[in-house]
Design a protein around this ligand. Structure first.
Ligand SMILES: [Zn+2]
Length: 96
């Protein structure tokens, strides 16, 4: 399924993004766009209106009701511009 492939590409782009490299950021934006386009297509083909589905999260996280979510679940540590600096610098294994 195309959508699953795009999610894989987005995942790889998230792992490899370099906030100092504009080309890297642009690539990440494109992968988000691709995922959104396929998600929109799947919703449309299924007769689902995405704007209606977003209502689930209009008040923030459905579990903790916070924006952003403060649930203590595993989170991906990203080193992206708009996030607070992370002290966690352990390198990830490169799975491809
Ligand atoms: Zn939450």
């Amino acid at each position: 399924m195309w959508f699953a492939e795009e999610v894989g590409e987005l995942s790889r782009a998230l792992r490899k993004v370099n906030p100092e490299d504009k080309k890297s950021i642009k690539h990440l934006e494109e992968e988000f766009a691709d995922c959104f386009a396929w998600l929109s297509t799947l919703a449309s083909l299924s007769g689902i209106k995405l704007d209606k589905t977003i209502e689930k999260y209009k008040n923030g996280c459905p579990k903790c009701n916070k924006k952003p979510c403060i649930c203590k679940e595993k989170r991906i540590k990203l080193n992206i511009k708009n996030q607070k600096p992370k002290t966690h610098t352990k390198k990830r294994k490169n799975n491809g």
